[in-house]
Design a protein around this ligand. Structure first.
Ligand code: DQA
Length: 150
């Protein structure tokens, strides 16, 4: 069974109460339950990790390279300036899909730049919690294609 890890960055633990007009009213726990359930339905094992600290996110990416087949990463505001997280993604061989609930390209100017995008497999933004679900779907296809090629 393929294993994927979802990493949520800073402030995403407050989903449900944090700026509901931007991020919706679904809670952090309910979104995670839906992601995990969807992954299982697709025949993949999914774990969730959240941290408000850059170094912890980097540590988790390092650990993931040994234990998972892919990572779904919402790096929150670190997306826009963390070269350290970018380097961690570049350092590991497993694919990382960048995800955002909001459409970062339609928001403040500083959010238009993702310093992690060039080292990610792809970016999904603007579909609320469905951004995560689309990333699960992408992994289902990507990791299955890998198997076919083995
Ligand atoms: C976010 C977008 C970021 O700009 C912001 O700092 C977040 C959440 C999103 O999911 O839309 O914390 O990553």
């Amino acid at each position: 069974m393929k294993k994927i890890l979802v990493i949520h960055g800073p402030n995403l633990n407050l989903l449900g109460e944090r700026e509901p007009g931007v991020y919706g009213t679904d809670t952090f726990d309910s979104i995670n339950a839906e992601i995990t359930e969807l992954a299982l339905k697709q025949g993949m094992y999914c774990e969730i990790f959240q941290s408000n600290h850059e170094g912890e996110i980097i540590d988790e990416l390092h650990l993931a390279r040994k234990n998972y087949d892919g990572v779904i990463l919402n790096a929150g505001a670190y997306t826009h300036y963390s070269y350290a997280i970018r380097d961690a993604i570049a350092a590991i061989k497993i694919p990382v899909i960048e995800v955002h609930l909001s459409n970062i390209h339609a928001r403040d100017e500083f959010r238009h730049t993702s310093v992690i995008a060039p080292v990610c497999a792809g970016q999904i933004a603007g579909f609320g919690k469905y951004s995560y679900f689309l990333a699960v779907d992408a992994f289902k296809k990507m990791l299955k294609d890998d198997e076919t090629n083995e």
